[in-house]
Design a protein around this ligand. Structure first.
Ligand code: ZN
Length: 312
């Protein structure tokens, strides 16, 4: 797990978007970094890993990646502190960070928009929940199980997706982020719908949900053909609800890049899905996205399915 969006927002906000050592102004956007704005680096005070600079510590990975263990630096100063560990101890870096944040509040407080900072923190916290609870960072992998001809879901996924849905229902949305709100609600409903559809005919075995093949429940089954058709239709519905959820995930990532962090999942790219093996033995890879006019219809379009989803 990498650094969460909420920790990133806190770090950048409290650092006044400046390097804690030389105080030059930094940008978060790799695409707009140029001569006037260096690309900011979220440096680990205690190293990210045991074998990194200043890495020997009892801290676990989550603590290492938290706001409290990060310091915002320009690339030059980041290199300097990592190359001269003896001159730049953990204690010294904590001291520099506190002094810098104090300097920011005293000197730049009028230029910091506290309302905006609070709004960003709310949005960032929702983004972090989506990444963790909807497994955005592993989308391609887990959805390929959900889309196989014998669909499988891990035991925790349904529970986590319900949790995300509840968090979104309870969220207090800052004003002026309408598309962000709509995309997030849509993702939570459509992914929830995909879970609900799959759970209609599934069995938990160990840590995994498998399909319940009800057409085989009695042998011989006098309604075999009819049941098989119903089962096959259910498989199609599992696929199509997962396709919709993937479109929603791509829309969500787009609005996160617009409103929260321009670098969100830029390295990994869009969420693609893989379905297979098909009759021809091949795997089919697809990039699924809503059109602009489809986006306009959401989340209202999901209203009719939302009510039965919330029963669970
Ligand atoms: Zn610097």
């Amino acid at each position: 797990m990498s650094i969460g969006q909420k920790d990133i927002k806190l770090l950048w906000g409290r650092s006044g978007n400046r390097c804690a050592i030389c105080k030059i102004e930094l940008t978060q956007d790799a695409l707009s970094s140029n001569a006037s704005f260096a690309l900011g680096e979220q440096a680990h005070i205690v190293g990210e890993k045991e074998d990194a600079a200043r890495g020997k510590s009892q801290l676990d990975q989550k603590q290492r990646d938290s706001y409290h263990n990060l310091i915002l630096l320009c690339p030059n100063d980041h290199t300097t502190i990592d190359r001269n560990e003896s001159d730049w101890s953990i204690e010294k870096l904590h001291q520099i960070k506190s002094e810098h944040e104090l300097w920011v509040t005293e000197t730049l407080s009028e230029t910091i928009d506290h309302v905006k900072l609070a709004q960003n923190t709310i949005l960032a916290s929702i983004v972090d929940s989506a990444v963790t609870l909807c497994r955005l960072d592993d989308w391609h992998n887990w959805t390929s199980y959900a889309l196989s001809s014998d669909p499988q879901w891990s035991k925790d996924s349904p529970k986590n997706i319900y949790k995300f849905r509840k968090k979104v229902i309870a969220a207090i949305w800052p004003k002026g982020f309408d598309e962000f709100r709509r995309a997030t609600i849509t993702l939570s409903i459509l992914l929830h719908k995909a879970v609900e559809t799959f759970m209609e005919h599934s069995d938990l075995r160990g840590d995994t949900y498998f399909p319940y093949k009800f057409y085989k429940r009695i042998n011989p089954n006098p309604n075999y053909d009819e049941d098989w058709q119903r089962y096959d239709h259910w498989l199609d519905r599992c696929d199509s609800t997962m396709y919709d959820a993937t479109k929603a995930a791509n829309w969500f990532a787009d609005v996160v890049r617009t409103y929260v962090n321009p670098m969100f999942f830029v390295e990994q790219g869009k969420f693609i899905i893989e379905k297979g093996p098909m009759m021809d033995g091949c795997w089919h890879t697809k990039l699924l996205e809503f059109t602009d006019s489809e986006k306009e219809q959401y989340p209202e379009k999901t209203l009719e399915i939302e009510e039965d989803c919330l029963v669970k």
